[in-house]
Write a protein that binds this ligand. Structure first.
Ligand code: NAD
Ligand code: MG
Length: 286
């Protein structure tokens, strides 16, 4: 993968689709090998159709978990591909389209996941939105601010509150944070603020839920090649995406998924709670 330091210029409208990306990301389809680290677990992954969410879905399924995927209705094509990979691993896959910016939809997605999977053990709050096609705070419209805060924070609140009606002793919550919580870009001021808030929420919830035997952690990815990037970055910035990291390249979704497995699994993560695990290509997360 080390030769993938440059991508052809490309642009999509949000939320973006995998098949329009050049190159298509690596979600671990040909590489991830499971070892029963999530045997018998039932997981809801928001934004599970594509990108990091798809890689997590494939890894979880190969580790023995059944999964439910939430995604936007216009991403049905991506969700169907992910579902096929999950089923190929011998796992169940429940598809739950819906816009999580709507409270009733967000709560309904969680309850349907729990009903159809027969319970819930792991919640992955992975759905997220950013817009980087601007230079400063002055360029952020109220509509954009609303979309970022609703997707990244309100939805995470509603989904988590509803999931806590189902998660029990041994349960795990993993939030998708970002390097932006530590090294915020001017163009992503609003997004970066939500990711810093997600880190705080992770620490608060770990303290609150520890006594119930529920662990709460976050993963902070660096620049990862997913539909979010061509859908929200200026086309001219795509060429060097990730090149300014110490490892000198963008990461692939397949390289992030093992961090989620580590934190979700009672085998590997049983004493890990309240922490943020960086998968950043070398940028610091402290
Ligand atoms: P992605 O576009 O593949 O995944 C994001 C998903 O969020 C979409 O597929 C969509 O299903 C979901 N989503 C967005 N708005 C939604 C809404 N209103 N309702 C329901 N679902 C909605 O891109 P990704 O990069 O894999 O993003 C996953 C997570 O990773 C996000 O939280 C993102 O902030 C985070 N992240 C990504 C990067 C990166 O460089 N790609 C870096 C750090 C953090
Ligand atoms: Mg998607």
């Amino acid at each position: 993968m080390s030769d993938e330091t440059e991508f052809p210029p490309q642009q999509q409208d949000p939320p973006g689709l995998t098949e329009h990306m050049d190159p298509v990301p690596d979600h671990g389809e040909g590489s991830y090998v499971g070892s029963d680290k999530l045997a018998g677990q039932r997981a809801l992954i928001t934004g599970g159709d594509s990108g990091i969410g798809r890689a997590v879905a494939i890894a979880f399924a190969r580790e023995g978990a059944d999964v439910a995927l939430s995604y936007l209705p216009e991403e049905e094509m991506d969700a169907a591909v992910t579902a096929q990979w999950v089923q190929d691993a011998g796992a169940r896959c429940v598809l739950l389209p819906g816009d999580l910016r709507d409270e009733a939809t967000a709560r309904g997605v969680v309850h349907r996941a729990a009903i159809e999977l027969g319970g819930l053990d792991v919640l992955v709050n992975n759905a997220g939105y950013q817009m980087a096609r601007r230079e400063s705070m002055a360029d952020i419209t109220t509509d954009e601010l609303d979309r970022v805060l609703k997707t990244n924070l309100y939805a995470l609140f509603w989904v988590t509150q509803s999931a806590l009606e189902h998660l029990g002793e041994g349960g795990a919550i993993i939030n998708n944070s970002s390097i932006q919580a530590y090294q915020p870009s001017n163009a992503l001021l609003d997004y970066a603020a939500t990711k810093a808030a997600i880190n705080n929420i992770t620490v608060n919830l770990a303290a609150e839920l520890g006594p119930r035997g529920i662990r709460v952690n976050a993963v902070a990815p660096g620049p990862i090649w997913t539909p979010l990037q061509p859908a929200t970055q200026p086309a001219e910035k795509i060429g060097t995406f990730g090149a300014d990291t110490p490892l000198g390249r963008a990461g692939q979704p397949a390289e992030v998924a093992p961090a989620f497995v580590f934190l979700a699994s009672p085998v590997t993560g049983s004493y890990v709670s309240g922490t943020v695990l960086g998968v950043t290509g070398g940028r610091p997360v402290f």
